[in-house]
Design a protein around this ligand. Structure first.
Ligand code: SF4
Ligand code: SF4
Length: 97
């Protein structure tokens, strides 16, 4: 990853504290970690993304509503929506290769 891009910045800034979970509408709907801001950042941190994420198993990735509710409550200012916007663009570019 390139230092300073939105994905690397989000991964580096997330302390996994979980303070954002109560404000995330998709986590409220499913209760699944993968659908939480913390889970989404963990997906990026593990290097699962960005690649082709259009297949089965990536519902949590595409399910982010980009509402930024997590960003508003995050003590370290993690921009999940920004990171996922960048990752989704890279994934779609990958898919077209
Ligand atoms: S995104 Fe922010 S609030 Fe959520 S787990 Fe990471 S550091 Fe905590
Ligand atoms: S931007 Fe995505 S991860 Fe953050 S609160 Fe909204 S739906 Fe949840």
């Amino acid at each position: 990853m390139v230092t300073g891009d939105p994905i690397s910045a989000a991964v580096a800034a997330c302390s996994q504290c979980g303070l954002c979970l109560a404000d995330c509408p998709t986590y409220a709907a499913t209760g699944l970690e993968r659908d939480s801001p913390r889970g989404r950042i963990q997906t990026l941190a593990l290097g699962v993304a960005p690649r082709d994420m259009t297949g089965p198993g990536f519902d949590g990735f595409w399910g982010c509503l980009a509402c930024s509710a997590c960003h508003e409550v995050c003590p370290t200012g993690v921009d999940v929506a920004g990171a996922y916007g960048a990752a989704r663009q890279l994934s779609l570019l990958d898919e077209r290769k």
